[in-house]
Write a protein that binds this ligand. Structure first.
Ligand SMILES: NC(=O)c1ccc[n+]([C@@H]2O[C@H](COP(=O)([O-])OP(=O)(O)OC[C@H]3O[C@@H](n4cnc5c(N)ncnc54)[C@H](O)[C@@H]3O)[C@@H](O)[C@H]2O)c1
Length: 352
């Protein structure tokens, strides 16, 4: 594990030290645990087992490797209490023994991949979600955390940016992004139905553009895409006007937020997790990278290619009032600091 990742993981563990005790000696199932965010969850759980818990938390990851890999992109994270299962959550699930917590993060998160796998995207967020909800019901799990997305808000009108959880969305059911947005929306509905019918203690999290170490060059989300082009001496492609904004959230802030949503005693709730500061458009994001790299980058406006979904939201920024007041969640890392850490890690990993 690199120095940067190790420092990051230690800072997450330090932030969670008081609350994380609830996971001690328990069993956690993570669907999609071999993806970008899953790699951080595993690193944090390994550190908690090594340095905080007297009785380790058993972690079962379940992944079909449609986009993830068995090899953790953060490095060699070994823990004798981890079990890696290869499987698709869309087929009915049988897991032996107790499962105290289910973190359902299997999904196809990167736009290029959900366009490539639209049916798998829909099935994972709907059939897969219901299979895991059934498992949570059968095992009487203490918490079921569903990873939804900020994309369920679609393209909010300016007066709804920053966007609170109560905003109902402005989403096309037939647009190029619908396979992702709409299936996540139905996934949320399934969670709430299992909560009201069967008292499954669900919480829904809507992450806003998380970035950091662990993102691979071919990920195709904007930050790794820009970095892979920058280091290959290629043009950084900007689709659309380049003025569309996102609020990027560094992994340490995001992970602290995600753990807080698992560890809260509340259920039947929805939380935005992200960063509300530094809403940045694509042109400015490229400039911020230029500043850190200390050299000019080639940027070009390129029409949306067939493999990338148009119909992008013009602005995306979370209202974090609910997460702050109910979970005491306050992101701390500004874009410049986070980008610098991501770039240092990326260089160590992929640039020779
Ligand atoms: N990273 C973000 O900024 C972000 C933002 C919004 C929402 N999310 C959501 O959070 C979750 C995790 O995001 P990520 O960035 O780690 O995504 P990711 O694509 O890197 O990882 C998802 C993992 O799920 C696995 N998977 C997909 N379908 C599966 C299936 N049917 N059965 C088993 N495994 C399956 C993939 O192989 C992959 O390892 C996703 O559900 C995503 O939609 C992430």
């Amino acid at each position: 594990m690199s120095k940067i990742v190790n420092q990051d993981v230690e800072s997450i563990v330090a932030a969670l030290r008081k609350e994380a005790g609830a996971l001690e000696g328990k069993t956690l199932l993570i669907s999609g645990g071999s993806g970008f965010l899953g790699s951080h969850f595993l690193a944090v759980m390994a550190k908690l087992n090594q340095t905080v818990f007297k009785k380790p938390c058993k972690v079962i990851t379940l992944d079909n490797y449609i986009t993830g890999t068995r090899q953790n992109p953060l490095g060699d994270i070994t823990d004798p209490h981890f079990t890696y299962l290869k499987g698709d959550i869309c087929t009915p699930l049988k897991v032996k023994g107790p499962i105290d917590y289910i973190i359902h993060m299997a999904g196809i998160a990167s736009p290029v991949y959900y366009i490539k796998y639209p049916l798998e995207t829909i099935h994972t967020a709907t059939i897969g979600t219901e299979n895991l909800l059934k498992l949570a019901r059968e095992k009487k799990s203490k918490k079921f955390l569903f990873f939804s997305s900020s994309e369920i808000y679609g393209d909010p009108a300016p007066e709804f940016v920053p966007t609170p959880e109560t905003y109902r969305g402005n989403v096309s059911s037939v647009g190029p992004r619908a396979c992702y947005d709409e299936s996540k929306r139905l996934g949320e509905t399934l969670c709430m139905v299992y909560h009201s019918l069967y008292k499954v203690p669900v919480v829904i999290v809507r992450p806003f553009n998380v970035y950091g170490p662990g993102m691979k060059p071919h990920d195709r989300r904007v930050i790794p895409q820009f970095l892979s082009c920058a280091f290959a001496g290629k043009v950084l492609p900007i689709h659309g006007s380049g003025l569309q904004t996102r609020s990027y959230c560094y992994t340490t802030d995001a992970l602290v937020g995600f753990f807080k949503t698992i560890l809260t005693k509340r259920s039947g709730e929805v939380y935005n997790i992200g960063s509300h500061e530094g809403e940045t458009n694509l042109v400015d994001l490229a400039s911020a990278m230029e500043k850190i790299l200390g050299r000019k980058l080639k940027i070009a406006k390129i029409p949306y290619p067939a493999e990338y979904p148009a119909d992008e939201p013009s602005r995306r920024c979370p209202d974090l009032t609910k997460a702050r007041t109910e979970l005491n969640y306050v992101p701390k890392v500004d874009l410049e600091t986070g980008l610098k850490r991501m770039i240092d890690w990326y260089k160590g990993q992929y640039v020779r």
